[in-house]
Ligand binder design. Structure first.
Ligand code: GTP
Ligand code: MG
Length: 452
């Protein structure tokens, strides 16, 4: 129904919560894949997006969702990482979202990143529901795979039921101590003033039908007006990742949240020092239910309308930054659009000190996360930039005043050969890791060693 008058866009759903509480597993359960396997350090390092069309939601939810009752096209999920160092990515995911699922492990309750996620949702005014996950781990739980949780709970022994209820009321209590009135979703009448708690298992699937039903109902009921965008207007979106795609060179994975992008559009993409103005060469779209980050086959499309994940191939994208804005120019002045993008970019800057470490990361989001984690550990950063370690970074690191700070911390990037040689020659230490806290630990261990 894209482009038809009165067409509604897909609501964007951010999945937020503490590390290991089951965000990725829940999405895996919904889409029947296993993205969380093979993640570095079992921690999701980037935001991914997954489109789930209405028909699929209806298949999963069974009689709970009749497609004829809905005119929203489905839901677009954004997974976010729970590890504490990724607060910027969480916050970007939260800001991009129309609605959110806050995942809370029933055994673990509220944890630091649960609180942080709630603060993001409060700040951005994003409505949310709570998925009380891992109900299958209550001792004595008798699995009722993929059934609505209300039904599955009723068929448990009294002991299991009261054990689970105790944990669920603990979560409801924690929400109420944050001034949020919450209740089991089946008792909630008005989802605008009350947060619904949906008991789920990402492992055995109980509660997944009701979770989707509540999300779909909530979106349809309260977000229909916001979803009625000018689908034909010039697209606005956000870069999730910048990466090489075979046959297309450097491409960007992004989420379009407004308007339409076409295969011949001129676009502006946020970058340093200057934003990129370029022509789209190809729009590549993942098939429905495919995770945009995996190496699935993409198909070329002539246009993509909000809200949808899209891979954009265009010349000169090397300096594009994850987290940066994407804007289609269309009938506007290119320079006006460039100004808009530069302004937005200025809001997501990384601040640095006069003296300290040199830091490299693969995306703007991970760079911000790395720098803010170093800041928390009171480790000064002199220079922070996105991209592989190059000779100029070694030259920069050399200018640090203390020998321990003549180091480069590289997150998830390569070291160019000539940079490695120069570092060896100039005695600049290189630390590389694809898990932020490990990278910092390695550096801290080194500092301890030389201080001894
Ligand atoms: P980060 O991305 O690192 O923040 O974690 P996450 O919230 O995405 O958690 P993930 O889905 O990776 O799950 C963490 C662990 O919990 C994995 O070992 C999962 O198999 C397990 N797990 C997730 N959901 C459930 C559940 O409902 N039941 C059980 N038994 N295990 C679960
Ligand atoms: Mg995850």
């Amino acid at each position: 129904t894209e482009g038809e008058p009165g067409a509604l866009r897909t609501p964007i759903v951010a999945v937020l919560g503490h590390v290991d509480h089951g965000k990725t597993s829940l999405l895996d359960k919904i889409r029947g894949s296993a993205v969380h396997e093979g993640e570095a350090g079992a921690i999701t390092q980037h935001i991914g997006s997954t489109a789930v069309p209405l028909d699929t939601i209806s298949d999963i939810a069974g009689e709970l969702v009749d497609p004829d009752d809905f005119d929203l096209p489905g839901l677009l999920y954004i997974d976010t990482p729970g590890h504490h160092s990724f607060s910027t990515l969480r916050s970007r995911g939260g800001a991009l979202a129309d609605i959110a699922i806050l995942v809370v492990d029933v055994n673990d309750g509220f944890q630091p990143q649960t609180h942080e996620a709630m603060d993001i949702l409060a700040r951005t005014g994003t409505p949310f529901i709570v998925a009380a996950n891992k109900i299958d781990t209550v001792p004595g739980w008798n699995p009722e795979p993929n059934r609505p949780s209300k039904v599955a709970i009723e068929s448990q022994s009294d002991r299991v039921e009261s054990d689970l209820n105790e944990r669920l009321y603990e979560i409801i209590g924690q929400l109420s101590s944050k001034d949020i009135s919450a209740d089991m979703y089946w008792r909630v009448q008005d989802f605008q003033s009350n947060v619904g708690v949906v008991p789920v298992s990402a492992e055995t699937g109980e509660g997944v039908p009701d979770l989707l039903t509540v999300l779909m109902g909530l979106s349809q009921r309260y977000m229909k007006d916001e979803m009625a965008i000018d689908v034909g207007g010039p697209a606005a979106g956000t870069v999730l990742e910048v990466k090489d795609t075979q046959g297309f060179g450097t491409t960007i994975d992004g989420v379009i949240y407004d308007g339409t992008i076409q295969a011949n559009d001129t676009i502006v993409v946020g970058a340093k020092p200057n934003s990129i103005v370029t022509e789209v060469r190809a729009l590549l779209q993942p098939k429905p239910l495919a995770e945009i980050r995996s190496d699935e086959e993409f198909e070329q499309v002539s246009e993509v309308a909000a809200a949808e994940g899209v891979k954009i191939a265009a010349p000169d994208l090397d300096d594009a930054m994850a987290g940066a804005p994407i804007r289609v120019v269309r009938d506007r002045d290119t320079s006006d659009v460039v100004d808009l993008v530069q302004q937005e970019l200025a809001d997501i800057e990384v601040s640095t000190d006069d003296d300290g470490l040199t830091v490299k990361a693969d995306t703007l989001g991970s760079l911000e996360a790395l720098v803010s984690t170093l800041e928390e550990s009171e480790i000064p950063v002199m220079d922070a930039s996105v991209g592989d370690v190059a000779p100029r970074d070694v030259r920069m690191a050399e200018t640090a005043s203390s020998s321990q700070e003549q180091s480069i911390l590289a997150f998830n990037v390569d070291v160019l050969d000539d940079a490695q040689q120069l570092a060896d020659q100039e005695d600049v230490r290189l630390f590389g890791h694809d898990v932020i806290y490990r990278l910092i630990e390695e550096y801290e261990e080194y500092v301890e060693e030389i201080e001894e």
